[in-house]
Design a protein around this ligand. Structure first.
Ligand code: NAP
Length: 469
C-alpha cells in the first residue's frame, strides 16, 4: 500500500515538475512555476521518507536541518549574485550524485559481487563521473563569478589543452568500462577512487579555459550534467522520479545553453573549447575620444520632445537597484503621451532574464519589454535611446571589430537612435573590459552618476515641469 502511495506521489511530482518548467516560460507565470517545483520536491521527499526501508529517521532530520542551514542564507543572496548561487546548487547536486554512487558501490561490494550487475555498474560509473566533474566544475564557475582572489578570472589556456582535457575524460571512461566488466576484479579497489580523482580534475580543467562572458552558458551546461548525474542516480537507486526529474533538468539545461549560445552568436563547441571572454586591453587609438557630459535638465528638454523613447537597461541598473526610479520615469514620460519601450538584450546583466525580473519587480507592463531582435528594426525611429547602466550590450564594436572579445555578439542598436543618453558612474568599461565607441559618437551624451540618482533627477525635473517647458 505504502509503495503504491509513494509511486502515485512520484507520478504527481513528475507532472508538477513538467508544469513548473512550462510556467517558467513567461515572467507572468514564473512564480507559479516556482511553487509547482517546490510542491513537487516536497512530495518527492515525503514519498521517499515514508518507504518502509527507511528505519533511521534521525539522519534524515539531520540532513533536512543541514539543508535549511545552508539553503536559507543562499536564498537571500542579492540578485546580482544569483549566477554563482546557481552554480553552487549544481555543485551540491553533483556532490550528492557522486556520494550516492560511491556509497552504493561500496555497499554492494560488501554484500557480494552478484549485486554489482552490469546495469548497476554502468549507472554508478556514469553517476560518479558526471557527479564529481559537476562538483568541481561548478565550484570553479562559482569562484570565478564571485571573483575569488585565488581562482584566475581570466581564461587559463596552454597549448594542447583540449587534448589533455579530452584525454583525461577518455582515461576515466576507459577505467569505468573496465570496472563495469570487473566490478570486484583485482584493480577495482584502485580504479574506483582513481576515476573519482580524474572526474574531479576534469571538472576543474573544463572550466579554467573559459572566460567570464561565457560563464552563464557553462553554468547551464553544468546544470545539464547535474541533471544527467541525477538520471544515473535514479537508475542506481531505482527511483523513477529521480530519472524523470533528472532528465527534465538535463534537457532544460542543455536547451538553455543552446539559447544562450545563439544569443551570444557563439557555437557550442566554441564555448566549451575556446577561451572566449579574454579581457583585452584596448589599443590606444590615434583619434581623441571625448565624452560629452550632459545635465539632467538638458536631457529632460530632449526627452519631453520625443515621440519614442527606448530605455536600454543593463547591469548598472541592477547594481543601482534603479528599477523603481525607472518605473517613475516611464510613468512621467507616458503621462506626456510619449511612447516608452524597454529593449531587452538576452545577456544584459549577469544572468538570463535579469532585466525582465527587475523590471517586473517594478511592475512595468510586460508588453513594453521588447526583445532585441524585435526592437532593433525600430531603433532608427527612436528619438532617444536611454542607456541605463548597460555597456557591452550596446557596443557597436561587436559588429565589426574582430579583435574584440565581444565580436559577433548581437547588440541593441542604440547607435541607430537619433539621440543617445547614457547613464553610468565613470569612464570605466563594462564586463568585457573594453571601451564603448557609442559613448564617443556625436549624438551621445553622458549622464554621469549612479543610475538611481540620475534617473531620480530626471523624474524630479519632469515632475516639476523642468527642461524649460
Ligand atoms: P556591462 O557591460 O557589465 O556594463 C555595465 C555598466 O554599468 C558598466 O559600464 C558600469 O559603468 C555601469 N554601472 C555599474 N554600476 C552602476 C551604477 N550603480 N549606476 C550606473 N551605472 C553603473 O553590462 P551589460 O551591458 O548589461 O552587459 C552584460 C555583460 O555581462 C555582457 O558582457 C555579458 O556577456 C556578461 N554576462 C552576462 C550574463 C548573463 O547571463 N546576463 C552573465 C555573466 C556575464 P561604471 O562603472 O562607469 O558605472
Amino acid at each position: 500500500m505504502i509503495h503504491a502511495v509513494s509511486q502515485f506521489a512520484y507520478l504527481v511530482g513528475t507532472v508538477l515538475f513538467i508544469f513548473a518548467l512550462h510556467f517558467m516560460n513567461s515572467p507572468k507565470t514564473a512564480r507559479r512555476g516556482v511553487y509547482c517545483g517546490v510542491l513537487a520536491m516536497l512530495l518527492a521527499v515525503l514519498a521517499t521518507w515514508i518507504q518502509p526501508e527507511i528505519v533511521n529517521h534521525l539522519w534524515i532530520i539531520v540532513a533536512i536541518a543541514a539543508g535549511f542551514i545552508v539553503g536559507v542564507p543562499l536564498s537571500r543572496v542579492p540578485l546580482t549574485a544569483v549566477p554563482q548561487r546557481t552554480a553552487l546548487s549544481h555543485a551540491f547536486g553533483g556532490l550528492a550524485a557522486g556520494l550516492v554512487g560511491t556509497a552504493k558501490y561500496y555497499l554492494w561490494v560488501s554484500e557480494g559481487p552478484e549485486q554489482l550487475t552490469t546495469f548497476r555498474m554502468t549507472a554508478i560509473v556514469a553517476e560518479i563521473i558526471l557527479g564529481y566533474l559537476t562538483l568541481t566544475g561548478s565550484l570553479m564557475a562559482a569562484g570565478k563569478l564571485q571573483e575569488i582572489k585565488w581562482i584566475p578570472q581570466r581564461p587559463v589556456t596552454y597549448p594542447g589543452q583540449n587534448i589533455v582535457n579530452i584525454g583525461l575524460l577518455v582515461v576515466a571512461v576507459l577505467m569505468g568500462v573496465y570496472l563495469i566488466g570487473n566490478p570486484t576484479g583485482p584493480w577495482a579497489g584502485v580504479l574506483f577512487p582513481l576515476i573519482i580523482v580524474l572526474a574531479l580534475a576534469f571538472g576543474v580543467m573544463l572550466v579554467i579555459p573559459i572566460g567570464g562572458a561565457d560563464m552563464p552558458t557553462v553554468i547551464s551546461i553544468l546544470n545539464s550534467y547535474a541533471g544527467l548525474a541525477a538520471v544515473a542516480m535514479g537508475f542506481v537507486l531505482d527511483n523513477k522520479l529521480l530519472i524523470t526529474a533528472g532528465a527534465l533538468d538535463g534537457s532544460s539545461g542543455l536547451i538553455l545553453s543552446i539559447i544562450m549560445c545563439r544569443a551570444m552568436n557563439r557555437s557550442f563547441a566554441n564555448v566549451l573549447f575556446g577561451a572566449f571572454g579574454k579581457v583585452q586591453t584596448v589599443k590606444a587609438g590615434t583619434e581623441q575620444k571625448v565624452y560629452k557630459p550632459e545635465t539632467a535638465e538638458g536631457a529632460v528638454q530632449v526627452l519631453e520632445q520625443s515621440s519614442l523613447v527606448v530605455i536600454i537597461p543593463g547591469y548598472g541598473m541592477a547594481v543601482a537597484q534603479a528599477q523603481h526610479r525607472v518605473r517613475e520615469l516611464y510613468d512621467q514620460l507616458r503621462k506626456r503621451g510619449i511612447s516608452v519601450k524597454f529593449a531587452i538584450h538576452p545577456v544584459a546583466g549577469r544572468m538570463p532574464g535579469h532585466m525582465n525580473v527587475l523590471l517586473a519587480e517594478a511592475d512595468i507592463p510586460y508588453d513594453d519589454l521588447v526583445e532585441m531582435d524585435e526592437i532593433n528594426p525600430d531603433m532608427p525611429q527612436c528619438d532617444v535611446a536611454l542607456v541605463v547602466g548597460a555597456n557591452d550590450v550596446v557596443n557597436p564594436a561587436a559588429r565589426y571589430d574582430k579583435a574584440s572579445p565581444i565580436f559577433g555578439m548581437p547588440i541593441i542598436a542604440a547607435d541607430k537612435a537619433k539621440t543617445v543618453y547614457a547613464i553610468k558612474r565613470s569612464k570605466n568599461p563594462g564586463f568585457a573590459g573594453i571601451d564603448n565607441e557609442l559613448y564617443f559618437q556625436d549624438k551621445t551624451f553622458m549622464l554621469f552618476g549612479d543610475a538611481k540618482a540620475v534617473i531620480g533627477d530626471l523624474v524630479k525635473q519632469l515632475a516639476h515641469g523642468g527642461g524649460g517647458h
